[in-house]
Design a binder for this molecule. Sequence first.
Ligand SMILES: *Cc1c(COP(=O)(O)O)cnc(C)c1O
Length: 400
Amino acid sequence: MQTQKARKLLMIPGPIEFEPAVLAALAEPTPSHVAPDFIEVFGRALDNLRTVFQAPDGQPFVMAGSGTLAMEAAVANLLEPGDRVLQINTGYFSDRMAAICERSGALVTHVPAPAVGDAPGLAEVERALQQDRFKLMTITHVDTSTAVLTDVAALAKLARSAGALSVVDGVCSVAGEALPMADWDVDVALTASQKALGAPPGLALVMARPRALEAFRRRTRPVASYYADWSNWLPVMQAYQARKPAYFGTPAVNLVLALDVSLAQIIAEGMEARVARHARLSEAIKAALTALGLSQVPLRPAVAAHTLSAPYFPAGVDGAALLGKINAAGVILAGGLHPALRTRYFRIGHMGAVNAADVLATVGAIEQGLHGVGYRFDAGSGLAASQRVMQGQAGHPPFA
Ligand SMILES: *Cc1c(COP(=O)(O)O)cnc(C)c1O
């Protein structure tokens, strides 16, 4: 075991740092998946997921797997060969969703962002919707490769008025960004345990609202994925919700125990307070980056996520060396992911249990790293900018 002094702060866009009570659930003696106590926990977790997704009429699905399985389950259950999908593209994970849709035999039309770091405009989306009859619109709420945030409320409305179902990849947004599914009339949203939801990697979560379930029931051909098929999982989820035993594939029981603890903590904080905390701490990090002279991949605050930040390396700075020095100063950050600029930027995850002290530790380590690679800046200026935001003395900075 690492000592507390040797411990480094994990500030990547998933997996994140987890609450001790969540981690303790992993060390519980593994129960039978049909033990009465476990049935109660799983049933409660499913009920609480409706609260966290703000979808009282939603059907949750919890499967062992990563976020990519959740993406696949969300669309494979709705698509049949020849169906058309409109993909709102903001980066790497949007491309992945398109590839998953194609695997189900769908024909995918992309609405590309005008530039990396931007989101497609609503007028363009409207135009694309008029060109064809689409069964689904797929939206990446926060694309973790670009830190771009999309306007899910407006996009879901456009999808509805064109008769398409909206599917939101919320892996980097659920429980961090505002995503009131029922209020925004989003049909399907999905996530994974290891991001803002605050439980270790290994659970794929999908919330399907009535229109999506109806489209699933009306399909004429079997679902292309056997494991992800809702025909297998729906009776299991309904059984646990009714506090009855059921089996299709063995649930990741200890992860479900951990999820239950995390969901209770999220609900105790309150969705609005949680979203506001993510926004405030995100602004504090972004203000520090601006003060230090680092520009960011999202082109402006309106398209910038609150669950992670994506700063460019300053000109002339060796990115790998900088990340190494930041690590040596005690904070683990992530490299780039978008293929067009992979080596030019880095990523800071700030979701889940993140607090003001984590922000200051991270900005401090970034300053130490910058100093270590010979970058010239006012020592402490990043920290001061973060403090001003966290003390309510400054709002959203420009990103220049
Ligand atoms: C992390 C992430 C995924 C993939 O999740 P895995 O658990 O790595 O499979 C998908 N979409 C988004 C937006 C993500 O951030």
